[in-house]
Design a protein around this ligand. Sequence first.
Ligand SMILES: NC(=O)c1ccc[n+]([C@@H]2O[C@H](COP(=O)([O-])OP(=O)(O)OC[C@H]3O[C@@H](n4cnc5c(N)ncnc54)[C@H](OP(=O)(O)O)[C@@H]3O)[C@@H](O)[C@H]2O)c1
Length: 306
Amino acid sequence: MELSRVSPLLSRLVAAPRLLLRRRFTQNSTLFLLHNSNNKSKVTLLLKHKQSKALATKAAAAAAETRTPTNMVKAIRVYEHGGPEVLKWEDVEIGEPGEGEIRVRNKAIGLNFIDVYYRKGVYKPAKMPFTPGMEAVGEVVAVGPGLTGRTVGDIVAYAGGAMGSYAEEQILPANKVVPVPSSIDPVIAASIMLKGMTAQFLLRRCFKVEPGHTVLIQAAAGGVGSLLCQWANALGATVIGTVSTKEKAAQAKDDGCHHVILYKEEDFVVRVNEITSGNGVDVVYDSVGKDTFQVISEYSLLMIDG
Ligand SMILES: NC(=O)c1ccc[n+]([C@@H]2O[C@H](COP(=O)([O-])OP(=O)(O)OC[C@H]3O[C@@H](n4cnc5c(N)ncnc54)[C@H](OP(=O)(O)O)[C@@H]3O)[C@@H](O)[C@H]2O)c1
């Protein structure tokens, strides 16, 4: 086999990612990092010995064993609704990007409650089987014909557009991704795209938080909650947050909560009324649900995002 043909196969072998549990980001929102399973230095050494056809051929054969055609990638697929056991790790063919599209090799994938809702069937996917996942950061590995503005090697993030980020690679509409500056770790970027847009929508559009407002954030130490606390504080609001544990209380304080209520130890309705001298709050951001519908003043607004 010619080396010019072997090298792409080697490259794919080098790049073949495996799914690693990198970090638990919040209680239910776990972040996975895709990274190389192979020892890069070994492969570099291998590539340095380009003259050694035998070596290269051996590596190519190994690659061919694990990876078939170049358009095949690994992805999670769901054939029936249910628990985590319905997530299947399979080979899928994703094709090449068409007009206005890019092909992205994912580096980090954000997990969200919405993925669980689709898996369980609470939300209906457009088709079965489907690949869950609403946000990721990856490297552009191919661009569609005639596309400008994106080039191979760009690091991009996306959220909430096309479902299917639980995959090594994806085809995405180029106009749905944003560039990720090199100063931002892809793992961080992938974990805050969807939650960040949710926080923006809640704080700047549904109800425009201004200096002087008092806001109540239920589940203040959750993924969305922790962003709401930081942002509301930066906007000049007085931030009250509820959490279940002392550890989460410390986190919420760090995130800018002026008053943290441990709702398992204190009656949060009583506490909010004490803190606000009976005036209540201007807005409640609620990530929990019906258990918490108690503290709103006559003129306050309840945002249910949970
Ligand atoms: N992620 C997004 O972009 C997004 C967008 C729109 C809507 N939402 C919704 O917002 C809610 C929070 O999402 P998130 O990403 O912030 O989740 P998260 O990081 O897991 O936070 C959820 C928090 O809710 C509290 N909680 C109270 N009762 C709970 C229960 N029965 N099960 C699990 N948690 C419970 C927990 O805090 P304590 O232990 O302190 O009670 C937990 O930390 C979800 O309902 C989600 O569907 C999320």
